[in-house]
Design a protein around this ligand. Structure first.
Ligand code: C2E
Ligand code: CA
Ligand code: CA
Ligand code: CA
Length: 276
């Protein structure tokens, strides 16, 4: 570390500074992308492990920048959260997902429901849960066809906020899924208390299913606990038949991953449905 500069900033962070500038550039591009409606949504099927039937879809935001190419949500969602753009991104995805689900229902796939990712930050100190209801109503969709996915690590930090949020959603029939389960710090008692409708086991554990006894034990435990509590389980990131076979044996009901399909545009998904 070098000394403090006259302006009080550390000089050593030339690197940090350029990283900071990159972030600001990304923020400005994202603002522009939102304004120009350059974001899109792709869908990945969530499949019944026993029957192969598609019950749900996860909506995942996509951003193609003319200069930078495809920019991953892993890169820009944190920027959106940090710079106050996450509500706009969230509103866009929710509207698009509802519009697309309506199309699917109108095409006869009335049993499909859609999962949208939401940052907890979008809900804190706001009446955004109301906005979710309004949007669903606007498209004439049943409440139970919408699932809100929130990430466990954030959930435990802001457990009481989450608790009341879940309360709101439960008043209606909107389902709540705990995303990336197993990666955060939430305790088993938090799960018992929160009682989400769905738990999504993080793909890190699924990846190790065949090679790590610990992962196998953990996944098996999560599935059994969830079922005892009446919570549905989705295994994320299923890439191989071997993983699917293990999950079936463990009585995991829902699976999602590249083994079945990558996230794809709505048109591609609808074409896939036809050929099944
Ligand atoms: P996530 O919610 O855990 O979403 C699953 C991610 O895993 C997706 O990455 C998906 O493409 C990827 N995936 C699915 N199956 C497989 C597989 O078999 N193998 C591997 N290696 N990956 C698989 P994606 O679309 O890049 O999204 C990354 C994260 O960005 C999401 O993780 C979510 O946390 C966030 N995100 C995406 N869309 C939204 C959004 O609309 N709003 C918010 N707040 N966050 C979003
Ligand atoms: Ca998710
Ligand atoms: Ca996840
Ligand atoms: Ca995640």
């Amino acid at each position: 570390m070098k000394g403090q500069g006259r302006n009080g900033f550390c000089e050593y962070d030339g690197e940090l500074q350029s990283e900071y500038i990159q972030k600001l550039k990304l923020r400005d591009r994202l603002k522009k992308a939102i304004a120009e409606e350059a974001l899109t949504v792709h869908y990945q099927p969530i499949v019944n492990a026993q029957t192969g039937e598609i019950n749900k879809l996860e909506a995942l935001v996509r951003w193609h920048d003319d200069v930078e190419g495809d920019i991953s949500p892993v890169a820009f969602i944190p920027i959106a959260e940090k710079y106050g753009l996450i509500k706009q991104v969230g509103a866009f995805v929710l509207h698009q997902a509802c519009r697309d689900l309506k199309k699917l229902h109108d095409a006869g796939h009335t049993r499909l429901s859609i999962s949208v990712n939401r940052s907890v930050k979008e809900f804190i100190n706001s009446s955004d849960e109301l906005q979710v209801w309004e949007v669903i109503e606007q498209y004439g969709l049943p409440d139970k066809s919408i699932i809100v996915e929130i990430t466990e690590s954030t959930a435990s930090q802001e457990s009481s906020d989450i608790q009341s949020l879940l309360g709101y959603f439960k008043q209606r029939d909107i389902q709540v899924a705990l995303d990336d389960f197993g990666t955060g710090y939430s305790s088993l008692s938090a799960v018992v208390e929160l009682r989400p409708d769905i738990i999504k086991i993080d793909r890190g554990f699924i990846k190790e299913l065949g090679s790590s006894q610990d992962s196998l034990t953990l996944v098996s435990l999560i599935i059994d606990l969830s079922h005892k509590l009446g919570i549905k389980v989705v295994a994320e990131g299923v890439e191989t038949k071997a993983q699917l076979d293990i999950l079936r044996e463990l009585k995991c009901k829902y699976v999602q991953g590249f083994y079945f399909s990558k996230p794809v545009p709505l048109d591609t998904f609808m074409a896939q449905l036809k050929t099944r």
